[in-house]
Structures are given as C-alpha cells and as structure tokens.
Design a protein around this ligand. Sequence first.
Ligand code: SF4
Ligand code: SF4
Length: 222
Amino acid sequence: MAPIPGSGLAKGLAVTLRTMTKKSVTAQYPDAQPDLPPRTRGVIGLFEENCTVCMLCARECPDWCIYIDSHKETVPAATPGGRERSRNVLDRFAIDFALCMYCGICIEVCPFDALFWSPEFEYAETDIRDLTHERDKLREWMWTVPAPPALDPGAEEPKELATARKAAEKLAAQQAQQAQQAPSATEPHADEQARAAEQPTRPQGDSKQQTDQPKPGQEGQE
Ligand code: SF4
Ligand code: SF4
C-alpha cells in the first residue's frame, strides 16, 4: 500500500508535540546542583585520628594509588616497671584520584573506620598532579561526608554508642552518689549560717554590736 502523502511529516510533528509537553530532565549544571544520593562515590575523606597506619588499604588498592609513609615511635611505660610500647606515626597519606577507579575497596577493608565516601565531586584540575590529594586535603573532605543513615528500628545498637552510653550512665551514677553525700558535708555550714543569722538579735556586751537594734518582727522572739 502506498504511503499517504504527508504522513511522515504528521508523525514527526506528533513526536515533537509529545516531547514539548513533557517535563525536561536536563539539569542546568552548575547553576542547578544535582541532588545526589548519600552513598554517592565522589571523593574519599580521611579521618586521620582513626588511622593506625596498618597499611591494609594501600595493600588492597587494585590501582596502587594510596601512598602511606610512617615511622615508629616509642611510647614510655604508663606504670613504673611496665613495658615500653611502639606505635606507628603517620607521615604521609595521599590518594591519587587520577588513578583511583572508585571501587571503594580501601574503605571496605579499613578496620578502623578511617576512610569515608563523600559525595563531593567538584575537584577537577587542569594539572593531573593536583589530583593527588595529600592528608590535609583528604581530611578537609571529611567535612563533606554525610551523616550515616538512621538504623532500622530493630537493629542492634552500635558498639561506639553502647560504650558512650554506659560511660555516661556511670558518670551520672557517680554524680548522683556525690550529690547524696554532699548535704551531710555541707550541714555544718548550714548550722553556721543559721547561727550567724541569729547573732544580731542577741544582746551583746560589745558596744559596736549594741548599736544593732533588733528588727521589729524579732522583738517578740527574745
Ligand atoms: S577506591 Fe579503589 S582504586 Fe580508589 S583508592 Fe580506594 S581501593 Fe584504590
Ligand atoms: S586501612 Fe585504615 S587504618 Fe589502615 S592505613 Fe588504611 S586508612 Fe589507615
């Protein structure tokens, strides 16, 4: 059957009309910032205080793009006769994001929660060498790491929270115990204050204190 003349044009116009009435999905970045999900893999932040320089992340990284330098320090014994301890001190921690493939293995294997994903992605550079982020820059990314999602209602309490809660309860119990003991320790002071309040109403031989006249309401008490 021969095509109807002008049917192709009508079909094309129909498609145009359909798409004209649909909402646009194009975001005008950078004027409109994307609404990224919290688990977005943008950049890696380093929480340096948690890092024990165990080197697991550097060893497991498939791209070998984590650079760690450290040295050992001797910590004196905490008690007399105790043993000295040695600990690793971090000298350098850097990630080359020009090599990183954002697999997340380093974050997964870190046993001390020192590495986190941040959804921040605006760190393009004109010089590829600037994509190696040293520890100071990695630490700055920590400010952009979103808070962890809320736990499920029936989930077990995290160990950190349980430890902090127990410490707070112990401290509160100690303070309550001290507060109970405090009144007995302050009782002499209360007695002294009561005696001091009564003193002006008593007749005294001292000429200076005799000038203190009893108050009208206290005359009947003597
Ligand atoms: S995300 Fe993967 S590639 Fe990137 S530093 Fe971590 S382990 Fe290496
Ligand atoms: S795995 Fe974690 S604790 Fe170990 S060196 Fe890497 S960041 Fe530090």
